[in-house]
Design a protein around this ligand. Structure first.
Ligand SMILES: Nc1ncnc2c1ncn2[C@@H]1O[C@H](COP(=O)(O)OP(=O)(O)OP(=O)(O)O)[C@@H](O)[C@H]1O
Length: 307
């Protein structure tokens, strides 16, 4: 069964000089019940707009969407009972304590912390030592855990997490994804948006979103397997100079900084030796060339160029 169905959603916002921004440009997709589904895209791709439409906080210009079988427009009251939503910006009451925030969210959903404690227990024990601390005085990682507890306290069947790991340190990010895997085991469908491409591999399936359009949608391993150019990781003493030489060479279809290397997407008929010789001729020193495996970021860059 599908937990989310999106058909031809279009959403525009008014922009300057009577023009419009197409935040969602006719997108369609489905999410299966129990899936951990990632919406991956840079700032401005349309992630928040999509989540706000699916959680009934915003109306689309056209198209239809269903969550848990209910129409986001006609059945918005039913959907609000069934979804948990963690918005991108910290949305809890800064002046209420950890415990008071949780109690508040439980009360507005007509439930209690006790009733659903088993669902949040593993997350809540991590913030319980600070339960009397005001939410505004928590660290970023703790705020994120509290927000997740509040989004779960009414036992939603579909959970929407909008950029939950943005601005959170690497350790907390890892812990957060482990928590999502545990929630998935409890049968909750999870839609999570993120600008961090490395998080794609932690999802069952992902939609790559750019300028309101889906560039690709599949299992992360299927998307990376579709990258069919030779990809090289290249390093030299002068990385800035190396990038310029690569871009002027005409040997690469694309080249871009990637961690401590530059990734180079080779043109079909060019060998690694040819590239190495060319770089040496052009005065690049201590050149190191290795074959690389494309990850989601490489695929995203390639798909964006094709667009
Ligand atoms: N209320 C608004 N009025 C005008 N334009 C908007 C409004 N909200 C969003 N936009 C524009 O719509 C596009 C999509 O924005 P959206 O916030 O959905 O993207 P996002 O992927 O969530 O990125 P971000 O992380 O930057 O919020 C962007 O170009 C944004 O500037």
């Amino acid at each position: 069964m599908e937990a989310v169905i999106v058909n031809n959603l279009i959403k525009t916002y008014p922009a300057e000089k009577k023009s419009v921004v197409k935040a969602l440009n006719d997108i369609s997709f489905k999410v299966n019940a129990g899936e951990l589904f990632g919406v991956i895209g840079p700032d401005g791709a349309g992630k928040s707009t999509l989540f706000r439409i699916l959680t009934t906080l915003l109306l689309a210009d056209s198209g239809t969407a269903f969550v848990d079988g209910f129409d986001v427009v006609k059945d918005y009251k039913e959907i609000r009972k069934r979804v948990g939503y963690m918005p991108g910006k910290f949305s809890l009451y800064q002046d209420l304590s950890v415990e008071e925030n949780l109690d508040f969210f439980a009360t507005i959903f007509n439930t209690s912390i006790r009733e659903n404690y088993d669902l949040i227990k593993d997350i809540y024990v991590q913030i319980a030592p600070f339960k009397t601390r005001r939410a505004g005085k928590l660290s970023g990682g703790m705020k994120q855990k509290l927000a997740l507890c509040c989004a779960l306290i009414h036992r939603p069947s579909v959970l929407f997490l909008d950029e939950p790991t943005t601005g959170v340190d690497a350790v907390s990010r890892k812990e957060f994804w482990e928590m999502l895997q545990q929630l998935k085991k409890q049968g909750i469908t999870i839609l999570v948006s993120t600008p961090y491409m490395d998080e794609a591999s932690l999802c069952d399936r992902v939609a790559l979103l750019q300028n309101g359009a889906i560039l690709s949608i599949d299992k992360p391993t299927v998307i990376t397997a579709q990258f069919n150019n030779t990809l090289l990781a290249v390093k030299a003493d002068n990385m800035f100079g190396l990038l310029q030489v690569l871009r002027e060479s005409g040997l690469a279809a694309n080249s871009y900084p990637f961690g401590e290397y530059h990734h180079v997407v080779m043109k079909d008929n060019i060998s690694i030796e040819e590239l190495g010789n060319y770089l040496n001729q052009k005065g690049c020193t201590t050149v190191n060339i290795q074959k690389a495996n494309a990850n989601i970021e490489d695929c995203f860059i390639a798909l964006m160029r094709n667009e």
